[in-house]
Design a protein around this ligand. Structure first.
Ligand SMILES: Nc1ncnc2c1ncn2[C@@H]1O[C@H](COP(=O)(O)OP(=O)(O)OP(=O)(O)O)[C@@H](O)[C@H]1O
Length: 677
């Protein structure tokens, strides 16, 4: 076990949250999504706006360099002068970046003649630009491809790529705890060994200089054949934490032989990936796929992605051309397995990213089917890795079934927020939210602003309202088509639409450079969701600001919110403390919560559950409880909470622990959230 005890200092961003002032009348928005009834009205404005924007190209924004409080946009113009001032510097001139992803049109690949070789995946036959081969037991990287290299890694100072911020090195000050048997020594640098030399060349192309803490541990843990449950703060490099070691192993070991009897002749090809990464949302799997393409560049490994809501034929075409590393949402994967197009018989590495969200979304049956009900090798014949910034105890229960003798790694406290994010909480009554939001948007015009609301309808209403107020906003939520979702994200990412109103669908994992401000217009009922939402800013050592609108309707999370703020050395407003006192034991504390928002899942100080035990939320809505492992010496604060994951009605917010208040009790709202976000 390694213990690094120094803590990161308070980052002390500028104080101002919103300077006030009337809504701005700047022309010049170039909004991506314009509701039909507004479209006609805005067309004329749009035309003149494009001209204005072209004349006043703004410099690239870079979260690493932007101190929001000091931003030249930070002080709001007076209403009278706003129109004049905003044209050169404000929304009208929102910077445009080159979109980084190409999810819809993946690089065409020639058909490979893998079937005659009896090998799984790539390495034989023709290769496409940027691909390598596996020949005579050796990895033969393909030649560099400058065009693809630019697409994957960007150019020098490319604002569409995340750069590390001023606090990157401070990640090393975060305490790390690795528990389990025989924990391998962490690495301190990207070196070979243990990493494959070809991977190092790609890491260099990505301008990564040193591994983040989660990477330092995961690399040797996976190289030593161990299973891992890794918890690290948002934006601290968990994706590399699983991609680096599995790609490195793949580059060294080469493709696997197809399972006996599966040598394919003619006809439809069945893919036999060796690595499977499951993640909850389409956007997240697409992003992981992009990262995989980056680090698999010029190698024999062919990454693929499949997710629902998009044309299955093109996804099938992609996997037919070779599929060694598959990134998938659970539902679409089950579909493809049922169609006989994917076999899991060759899986060596199974990765569950944001596993807790997948359970929240009701994916547990699909996940269990994929892991336990198909042809995937059993837990002892594969390596299983789970990653998230939050690990409620019910996920650790899942781990009992899916992982073997695993190492539990926590970088910082499980579920804690990064100190790179300055968290502000404002008391705002529901009816005042819109006007306060306008003030905030006026005050913060230096980067991208992500606004979270609870429902799809609210996302649409609010983005329409912002458009009416001349803020180039768009929205992303579960009712928009995949194309609309991708377009909204692209407009946001490129800065053409610097305000994105989102439901929880955008809360997890998304890594968008230059998001300098996250607004929780509606606070979530579960504090873990808050942790992930604000984690869309302050990534890779950059700083960011989060503002939460709080009123008495949110008192269910008041204690946990206070605990989080204190833990991250943030200011705790006096009104929060007094509402916490008013609310008595409601909501439970961070050390003992039960059933926030109906999930009924207990979370203790959230260390390795095998050591601390305690209660757990029941899976499957039975109101179940698990009282901790045998011989547990820990009574389990916050106990258990039943709560249904499948849209159930129950939701007893347990709390049999010593300091665990009572949970909100479930209102059953946490089944398949697709209905509301
Ligand atoms: N070693 C590194 N050096 C520099 N940048 C890195 C390194 N590792 C990751 N990054 C960058 O940090 C950013 C955040 O990484 P990543 O998306 O993996 O975070 P995460 O921990 O998965 O966050 P979340 O919990 O929100 O999913 C990315 O832009 C990534 O490119």
């Amino acid at each position: 076990m390694a213990e690094l005890t120094a803590r990161m200092g308070n980052l002390g961003l500028g104080d101002s949250v919103h300077a006030g002032g009337a809504p701005n009348n700047a022309s010049g928005q170039r909004a991506a999504y314009i509701p039909p009834h507004l479209r006609a009205k805005m067309q004329a404005q749009h035309a003149s706006a494009s001209g204005a924007a072209a004349q006043h190209a703004a410099p690239p924004i870079n979260a690493a360099n932007s101190s929001i409080g000091n931003s030249r946009w930070a002080s709001a113009p007076t209403p009278a002068e706003s129109h004049i001032q905003r044209q050169p510097n404000g929304w009208a001139a929102a910077p445009t970046f080159t979109p980084s992803n190409n999810w819809e049109n993946p690089e065409p690949r020639p058909q490979r003649s893998m079937d005659n070789q009896g090998y799984n995946g790539g390495g034989y036959g023709r290769t496409a630009p940027g691909e390598g081969t596996w020949r005579d037991g050796k990895h033969v990287p393909g030649p560099p491809n400058p065009r693809l290299e630019r697409e994957l890694f960007g150019t020098a100072n490319d604002p569409s790529k995340q750069t590390t911020g001023i606090n990157f090195e401070k990640y090393d000050d975060i305490p790390v705890e690795a528990s389990g048997t025989d924990v391998p020594e962490a690495v301190i640098a990207f070196t070979s060994p243990p990493l494959d030399p070809h991977l190092l060349t790609n890491i260099e192309l990505a301008h990564y200089k040193q591994p983040t803490p989660v990477q330092k541990y995961s690399i040797p843990i996976v190289a030593n054949g161990r299973d891992l449950m890794a918890c690290a703060q948002t934006g601290s490099g968990k994706t590399g934490g699983f991609l680096f070691p599995i790609l490195s192993q793949a580059f060294k070991q080469g493709p696997s032989l197809l399972p006996a009897g599966q040598n394919q002749g003619f006809g439809r090809k069945k893919a036999h990936p060796t690595s499977l990464i499951l993640a909850p949302t389409r956007e997240l799997v697409s992003q992981i796929y992009d990262e995989a393409r980056k680090f698999a560049y010029r190698s024999w490994v062919k990454p693929c992605v499949v997710y629902g809501g998009a044309d299955i034929t093109s996804q099938l075409r992609l996997i037919e051309r070779g599929c060694d590393l598959l990134v998938a949402t659970p539902g679409r994967l089950v579909d493809l397995i049922e169609r006989g197009r994917i076999s899991l018989a060759n899986i060596k590495y199974l990765i569950l990213d944001e596993a807790d969200r997948m359970l929240d979304m009701g994916f547990e049956p699909q996940i269990r089917r994929i892991v336990e009900g198909e042809d995937m090798p059993g837990v002892h014949s594969r390596q299983t890795l789970m990653f998230s910034a939050t690990f409620p105890r019910d996920i650790q229960m899942l781990a009992r079934d899916f992982l073997k003798d695993y190492i539990f790694l926590s970088v910082g406290r499980v579920g804690s927020t990064s100190e790179n994010i300055t968290q502000k909480v404002e008391y705002v009554e529901d009816q005042d939210k819109r006007s306060v939001l306008l003030d905030i948007l006026q005050a913060h015009q230096g980067g991208l602003t992500l606004i979270f609301v609870e429902t799809k309808r609210m996302a649409d209403n609010l983005s329409e309202f912002l458009l009416n107020q001349k803020f180039p906003a768009t929205s992303i939520h579960g009712d928009r088509t995949q194309r609309e979702r991708e377009r909204a994200l692209e407009m946001f990412r490129t800065g053409r639409c610097p305000v994105l109103v989102a439901t929880a669908v955008a809360a997890r994992g998304l890594d968008i450079p230059n998001v300098t401000h996250v607004v929780n217009y509606d606070l979530p009922t579960d504090i873990d969701d808050y942790v992930h939402r604000i984690g869309r800013t302050g990534r890779a050592g950059n700083v960011g600001i989060s503002t939460a609108f709080f009123n008495r309707g949110n008192r269910g999370v008041v204690r946990e919110l206070i605990d989080l703020l204190k833990e991250a050395n943030q200011e705790v407003p006096a009104f929060l403390e007094s509402i916490a006192r008013e609310s008595g034991g409601m909501g439970g504390g961070r050390g003992g919560r039960g059933g926030g928002g109906g999930r009924g899942r207990g979370q203790s100080g959230a260390k390795d559950f095998r050591r601390y035990g305690g209660g757990s939320g029941g899976l499957g809505g039975s109101g179940g409880g698990f009282g901790g492992p045998p011989n547990s010496s820990f009574s389990g604060p916050g106990g258990y909470g039943g709560g249904s994951y499948s849209g159930g009605s129950a939701g007893y917010g347990g709390g049999n622990g010593s300091n665990g208040g009572y949970g909100n009790g479930g209102n059953g709202g946490y089944g398949n959230p697709a209905s509301w976000w």
